[in-house]
Design a binder for this molecule. Structure first.
Ligand SMILES: Cc1cc2nc3c(=O)[nH]c(=O)nc-3n(C[C@H](O)[C@H](O)[C@H](O)COP(=O)(O)OP(=O)(O)OC[C@H]3O[C@@H](n4cnc5c(N)ncnc54)[C@H](O)[C@@H]3O)c2cc1C
Length: 503
């Protein structure tokens, strides 16, 4: 079986899939198309595109837990998921110029002081080192090229015809495939959506992920940060379909960031590395995952639109200083609340983080917008005050933080192929991953299944070649003029009848 495999996206998922295939002497042509550049050409500012995709200039942290980094064990079960992640980590070590420097941090003990109120998710992380990713990329790329993989760089795939099995690049060029691996990552999320709509792909709904960005001086959390730098507190209300987790913790030089999506504003956070930005603050998302909401995407969009405000400059339309907060400009942004009326913090550029200060009344509007779910966040904060006793009212929240999870295409769990187009496999962030290890593992899973299919096919062909369907005696009896084998004798009967009619 000589299959023509086209991989769209040279990201972590696509590259791991290709590696698994060539490592196992896959008998087919493999072409990888990417809108970015080869590792020799790619510039540091090209964060999302090129060899290894977003993983190529990432923080290089390979998380090693089935509950982190998106869905994998839902398709494969836990044991297989871990085995697939092992393969990805091995690949990173294999192409690392100094594999002995890949470190694994593995916090093991959940501290007693948080136990009554929260779980702390502890998991191993392999630190590849951002500085080495570039070298890893070059070594990895050279290996794939040496194994005959063809790369087409700086080429955006603009359309895919699933029916005729053709990938379009630009207006004129087309590439045919037998098997397609679609791994376009976050930078291709709109393209994935476009194809899902065009082919009316059945989708699997994803739960709502919404909450707030919490910010406080770091000193209140130091005891926990000493145990786990990027701590993940969580709690679950199984019967109510709600789980909460602290998400993406930033420390030391931690800044709240404003994000715009679909014309509305929400919050996120980031940490600066340069010591000159040190502000001794901590921020993290308190995110709720809410199950059972019928149209989660629309529900989140509506909620977010209700917690936006456009500031009215005092004197114009009755606006007041309080309504506008300290930032006296006309702008649209989300909301800020602090029980101690703490000032909003500054961005790393020294500006106020754009958000509209709300008082008790405004907070009630927030509760209404969250349709009863805000109490889970308020309880989470109340319990943090018990666990971190110095916290008190020394904090603020930016509202909302949201993760818009567009519905993912429904795939066969065995090989991540579309239920309606079984030779098209979705992998990585384009499916349900959110991290390097899981994305790579999904690519590996697809390749493994392709190798199994190839083996089964080869075994079938070999069996066919060796089988003697007709023995010589059969040939003599049932072959008529060399044209047919007529085991059931029907052709002979037909012939005899016909001959009779001529007599
Ligand atoms: C700044 C940053 C830091 C991160 N740090 C970490 C970390 O430390 N640990 C972790 O686990 N995760 C991290 N992540 C997330 C991680 O990088 C991604 O989850 C992972 O790379 C997803 O892999 P992927 O193969 O699905 O997509 P990607 O790696 O994003 O690759 C997708 C590729 O598809 C290409 N592409 C997209 N559309 C098209 C098109 N139409 N035509 C042709 N090519 C196309 C892109 O050019 C890209 O190269 C980070 C992400 C970012 C942005």
């Amino acid at each position: 079986m000589n299959k023509n495999v086209v991989i769209v996206g040279a990201g972590v998922a696509g590259v791991n899939a290709a590696t698994k295939l060539v490592d196992n002497n896959y008998q087919g042509k493999i072409t990888i198309i990417d809108m970015g550049k080869s590792p020799y050409e790619r510039k540091p500012e090209e964060v999302m595109t090129g060899f290894m995709g977003a993983g190529g200039w990432s923080d290089g942290k390979l998380t090693y837990h089935t509950a982190i980094g998106g869905h994998l064990s839902k398709y494969t079960g836990d044991e297989k998921a871990m085995e697939l992640m092992d393969q990805v980590i091995e690949n990173f070590k294999r192409f690392h110029p100094k594999p002995e420097e890949v470190q694994c941090s593995n916090p093991v003990a959940e501290p007693d002081f948080i136990k009554p109120y929260f779980g702390l998710r502890l998991f191993p992380v392999w630190h590849v080192g951002t500085d080495y990713l570039h070298e890893i990329g070059k070594n990895w790329y050279d290996y794939l090229v040496s194994k005959g993989v063809e790369f087409i760089w700086e080429t955006k795939v603009t359309d895919i015809n699933f029916k005729d099995q053709i990938v379009s690049i630009g207006a004129v060029d087309e590439i045919e495939y037998d098997t397609l691996i679609f791994g376009v990552g976050k930078s291709g999320i709109d393209f994935g959506k476009q194809l899902a709509e065009k082919y009316d792909l059945p989708t699997e709904a994803k739960p709502v992920q919404i909450g707030v960005r919490f910010e406080a001086p770091q000193k209140h959390f130091q005891k926990l940060i000493d145990v786990s730098y990027d701590f993940k507190l969580y709690r679950k209300f199984e019967d109510e379909g709600v789980s909460l987790r602290s998400f993406c913790t930033n420390n030391n030089a931690a800044y709240v960031a404003l994000e715009e999506t679909y014309g509305d504003y929400s919050y996120n956070g980031h940490a600066k590395k340069d010591p000159k930005y040190k502000n001794d603050m901590t921020n993290f998302g308190i995110l709720m995952e809410i199950r059972g909401i019928e149209k989660p995407f629309d529900w989140s969009r509506e909620l977010v639109s209700k917690v936006q405000r456009s500031c009215i400059v005092p004197g114009e339309g009755g606006g007041s200083k309080k309504a506008c907060g300290r930032f006296q400009n006309k702008y649209k942004a989300g909301l800020y609340w602090s029980p101690s009326y703490k000032d909003k913090s500054l961005t790393s550029e020294g500006d106020w983080v754009k958000a509209h200060y709300v008082g008790e009344e405004g907070l009630q509007e927030v509760r209404d917008a969250f349709k009863g779910y805000f109490k889970y966040i308020e309880d989470f904060i109340e319990d943090m005050k018990k666990v971190f006793p110095t916290l008190g009212d020394d904090w603020g929240i930016y509202i909302p933080e949201v993760k818009y999870l567009s519905p993912e295409p429904l795939v066969n769990y065995k090989d991540l192929s579309l239920t309606t187009y079984p030779n098209v496999h979705f992998v990585g962030d384009a499916l349900s991953a959110r991290g390097i290890t899981v994305s790579g593992a999904q690519g590996t899973l697809v390749a493994e299944q392709m190798l199994i299919y190839q083996k089964e096919w080869d075994a079938f062909i070999e069996a066919e070649d060796n089988s003697t369907v007709w023995d010589e005696e059969d040939n003599k009896i049932y072959t008529v003029g060399g044209l047919t084998n007529d085991k059931e004798n029907s052709f002979m009967k037909f012939l005899n009848t016909k001959m009779k009619s001529y007599e």
